[in-house]
Design a protein around this ligand. Sequence first.
Ligand code: ADP
Ligand code: ZN
Ligand code: ZN
Length: 768
Amino acid sequence: MSSDQKFKYQGTVLQVAIPSPLRSLFDYLPPDLPIDSATDKPSKASSPESAAVDESEDRIKPGVRVRVSFGNRKLVGIVVKVEKGSTLSRNKLKPVISVLDKKPIFTPSLFRLLLWASSYYQHSLGEVFSNAIPARLRQGRQTRAEEEIWEVNPNADEISLLAVQRAPRQKALLTLLKKNKSTGIEECKAAGFTTQLLAELHKKKLVIRKTRFQSAAEPFPALAPASKTGIKLNKEQKKALAEVKENLDGFACSLLDGVTGSGKTEVYMQTMEQQLAKAKQCLVLVPEIGLTPQTVSRFQKRFACPIAVLHSGLNESERLEAWNSARDGSAGIIIGTRSAIFTPMANPGLIIVDEEHDSSFKQQDGFRYSARDLAVMRAREEKVHVILGSATPSLESLHNARSKKFHHLKLSKRAADASPAAMEILDITDEHLQEGFSEPLLYRIQKHLKQGNQVLVFINRRGFAPVLNCQNCGWICECEHCLTRFTVHANPASIRCHHCGTIKSLPRNCEHCKSPDLNTIGIGTQRIESYLNTQFPDTEVLRIDRDSTRAKLSLQKMLDQINLGEPCILLGTQMLAKGHHFPNITLVAIVDADSGLFSADFRGQEHMAQTIVQVAGRSGRASRAGEVLIQSRHAGHQTLQSISSESYEEFAVQQLEERRLSGMPPFSHLCLLRAESADIREAVKGLQKIGNSCEKLIALNGYPVELQGPLPAPMEKRAGRFRFQILLRSKNRRALGALMTELCTKIDSMKLSHKLRLAIDIDPQDLI
Ligand code: ADP
Ligand code: ZN
Ligand code: ZN
């Protein structure tokens, strides 16, 4: 034993993950005293899985929450390991204040997933855990709702008991409590007793108050096969379903690659039916529940089991309730957005990621994870099948399918009797545009409206106009916090920064030359709205974008209006591209395809093609044939040509080839390190230091990793902070991971300025 080891503690130590950016775990001793710290009241009544009933060390297992003092704060952490011995000496170790759970709050497979995610995404485990649990649990509240209960005090004083004989209501209440043993407050009230009466008995020490926790709900019973749905699967659907069914036991991943309206949801539902019939739960991830309430209602109509819906509109107690019902197994189906991937399940049977290409599955700040990738990892841990579905699969998933890592299930035709929309590119090089519209486009809109149909006009820019400039000197109105253009908004007239949220009133004069000759350039949804209103005065124009749908239910109201089926113009941003069914839309007009064609981002083409194909998919879903018109000054552009004349897949295959030639994902793996600071020198200096350290590690270990930077980020300043970045690229994911682990250890020990914010983005979605 070396001399300093003598001072190291040899007893039981809890290694705890703390919700802080620090990547290391912290050693604590088991608790001194049995205290239930959810309320910090002395230990009390029985509870199924909480409260400090038994504080013996062996019940403290990985995955239970503990309350600890950390610096001068009290935090809720999660035990990751129980070890013998610490690298610290006894006097450096503090006991945890209390143990909050009797059982781990995660299932073992979910716990393993979170450990993996923390190391893969190089993010603090404490924060990863925090991300994965409802706010109430982060605060240290119990998993179950508490209930106040009353019991007769077994040591009641004889004299007081006698005294009560003369108070009939008190006596009656006491009799009830005696009979029931322990009685919930609600039960007392229901029997006609007031809390006042209870308080009086309590004062006389005749009764005692306790709390108990609601017990776990029963798992949902196996669902009987649905009665006739009236839907007969077509050949492709049958084939897809058969292939999934063949691989339903154990881990497998399928890409359900089917054009819009091809009946993907029907395949999901019939697969779910298989698992629900075995009393196994299904987890369904969707991009945005608020935007597509139809999806949830379709499941509700089809399946008679309890469905837990996790969306941003829930309050914290509803969220906890949904989480509990998934964890107990009482919910058969769990539907949620990105973070629902962390919902524990008692009897998992299937995971579905609908619209898997959607960028909302990637968390873009803090713990930057991809819920789609985690879904595959989770399925592996849970040993279940995962289906990724899309009409426009991401190139990553398509590559995995083509290289046989995923089952590739194709649905190439629309399921119902709808025919696919015909796509046409409208060359506007020589056209005179009125507020973005060419004559032929206006004519076509008019024609469809006259035939009693609905029209969808798509422009991916909200606001009135993207640029405000001075006609005298050419000055452009920019947000000083972001060095980007302000967008002009109407109602009220204002300028808004879409990056940092700054809003100002519309300037009357040029800041530079004071000229009042200001002019707006370009078009946004608001400008088109007012133009269409004058152009088609007898037709209702419904604008759907982030501004017009901010108020609760406003989107629903507009969707209801559209569903009435009267001719109208639906105008909106990519909010419209997400999974809606608009059976009466026969024309989709894409006003400006060019802004996406020349994006600097390596995924620019992919995203643009996905958006166009998705928007186009809204048209002609019922029996009426649909048309899609795309206005462009670059009608010959390969992307436009291939999506209009061929299929998304053919476009995607060409793109994959380009990615292969340029060595970009999915043919390589990326990691983006971004430093931000209000002080430009801090940002450069900090990142330089990290870059040097990284280069040394690469050279030392011979990692096959290429480093670019530090360079200014494409968006050089945002919300007042200057941004610089380093891009790491490698064909070898493992090597990149190993490098990052070493680098993060180095970064943790670097004394970087507090003014520096460092973000690590593994598998970044975009590089801006
Ligand atoms: P997707 O999810 O691929 O967009 P859906 O599953 O929503 O497609 O199907 C589109 C429409 O076609 C729905 O109204 C659905 O009920 C219907 N449908 C699906 N499969 C069939 C089928 N085999 N026969 C008839 N109609 C079908
Ligand atoms: Zn000017
Ligand atoms: Zn700004």
